[in-house]
Design a binder for this molecule. Structure first.
Ligand SMILES: CSCCC(=O)C(=O)COP(=O)(O)O
Ligand SMILES: [Zn+2]
Length: 209
């Protein structure tokens, strides 16, 4: 049970940091953290809440199928199955999903592509690639309202204990071995998206003069 409370506090701290960044527009976004391995259980944000607010009902414990393990009127995130897919396939300890303007716009900029490659930026080291001219790549999958189908689309890209997937005009899901790593990766990806969107805008405006 002590693990439950320490994980709860860890997730609440991440939620606060992402709220301070204003990454929870219109109740969007969901976060989770693993509590146990055998069986797999994890804390996940309650569905439909304003994630910038802080209450005793922000998270609930669910099992490997995303079913709640607590007596509560709260519902687990509508996207809990996406988190469950990652915990069931990997040793990830934390999964973060946010909708930002930049992570949506970039999927529109690259709407004919299945992935986006980034190279030539120092922040790539935060994603674990330290070699000269390192390239990182993130897949883009279509947005589907039926979450079990979306979870199936995740499947082929959930191949390691850390990773990230962009969902077309929806948001990003990032996972890592723990909360620190997942947040670091999320921030690095968002940096790259923002950089690319700004650069494309400047090039478009300058090019039109
Ligand atoms: C309000 S945005 C639509 C749902 C969504 O994509 C999301 O991230 C939040 O859903 P949740 O059930 O986790 O609140
Ligand atoms: Zn979402």
């Amino acid at each position: 049970m002590s693990n439950y409370f320490s994980r709860w506090n860890e997730l609440a701290a991440i939620k606060k940091e992402l709220a301070d960044r204003d990454w929870f527009y219109g109740t969007s976004g969901n976060l989770s953290i693993k509590v146990s391995n055998e069986p797999v259980t994890f804390l996940v944000t309650a569905s439909g809440k304003d994630k910038r607010k802080f209450t005793d009902h922000d998270f609930l414990l669910v099992d490997a199928a995303g079913e709640k393990l607590e007596e509560t009127s709260s519902k687990p995130s509508a996207e809990t199955l996406l988190h469950a897919k990652i915990y069931n396939k990997t040793n990830a300890g934390c999964v973060l999903h946010v909708h930002t303007i930049d992570n949506n716009v970039i999927t529109e900029l690259y709407k004919h592509d299945t992935h986006i490659d980034f190279t030539g930026n120092e922040i790539i080291k935060a994603l674990g690639s330290w070699e000269q001219d390192a390239k990182v790549s993130i897949p883009i999958i279509p947005n589907v309202a039926h979450i079990p189908t979306l979870a199936e689309q995740f499947d082929r890209y959930v191949i390691g204990d850390s990773g990230a997937i962009l969902i077309q005009n929806h948001g990003i899901t990032v996972w890592g071995k723990d909360a620190f790593e997942a947040k670091k990766y999320l921030e690095a990806w968002e940096f790259l998206f923002s950089y690319q969107v700004k650069l494309a805008t400047i090039k478009h405006v300058v090019g039109s003069f």
